[in-house]
Design a protein around this ligand. Structure first.
Ligand SMILES: [Zn+2]
Length: 221
């Protein structure tokens, strides 16, 4: 894994918050270089701890003990504004607005290596390895339905549900951590984008119910 220091001035104090979440993003800009420039631009007031380019190069922007500015208005499991307790990783990808495409093998291999190190340094539960769309479902789609969550879970990063038979309704999404104040169709779509990426219809069905039941069972929520 090739790693390059590319410091960003956009960070501040965690105010004592423990690191207990990992949030994954895509850059959503036409070029990776432009995205990295923006993440290091003091006037943009955004950052992440790391960006991984499509060739697998890791750019280190912000020390993990500092708070990077990646999640914005966000919510998970009763907590708002998740930057204080999270580490943010950006993956270079044009995203849905500029030509969303598959994440190359080299990029995912570096991500798995980087996440392995992060998870060894900080006690982040598997259920708290999330996408930006999970924690900001009304306004974000990243890292999106092409992101290989199942493969990461095989590598010990995050959860991938075993389907069960269940009659859970979509209201149970908030038990898992999703924002109870977001519109329900947005919540369902965010859930599908992460855990049922083959069909993002925003409608609850038995498949969704079974997957959510599997997740809830594996986390004991
Ligand atoms: Zn994002």
């Amino acid at each position: 894994m090739k790693s390059i220091d590319r410091p960003s001035p956009n960070h501040d104090d965690r105010n004592g918050a423990a690191i207990d979440m990992l949030v994954l993003h895509y850059t959503g800009m036409a070029s990776g270089l432009a995205a990295i420039d923006r993440l290091c631009d003091p006037s943009a007031k955004v950052s992440a701890h790391y960006t991984i380019d499509e060739d697998g190069t890791v750019y280190a922007h912000v020390p993990e003990e500092r708070r990077a500015w990646h999640a914005g208005v966000s919510h998970w499991a009763g907590v708002d504004n998740l930057n204080s307790g999270s580490i943010g990783i950006e993956l270079v990808n044009p995203g849905h607005d500029y030509g969303y495409r598959a994440f190359p093998e080299a990029q995912i291999a570096s991500l798995i290596e980087l996440c392995g190190g992060i998870l060894s340094r900080h006690p982040i539960p598997p259920a708290r390895v999330l996408g930006h769309s999970d924690v900001a479902p009304a306004r974000k789609e990243d890292p999106g339905e092409l992101f290989p969550w199942a493969r990461l879970a095989e590598a010990g990063i995050g959860l991938w549900p075993q389907g069960a038979t269940s009659d859970l309704g979509p209201d149970a999404l908030t038990r898992y951590g999703y924002d109870p104040n977001a519109p329900q169709d947005k919540l369902i779509t965010a859930f599908q984008r992460h855990f049922r990426p083959g069909n993002l219809n925003g409608a609850w069905d038995d498949d969704c119910a079974g997957l959510l039941a599997g997740l809830l069972a594996s986390t004991g929520v």
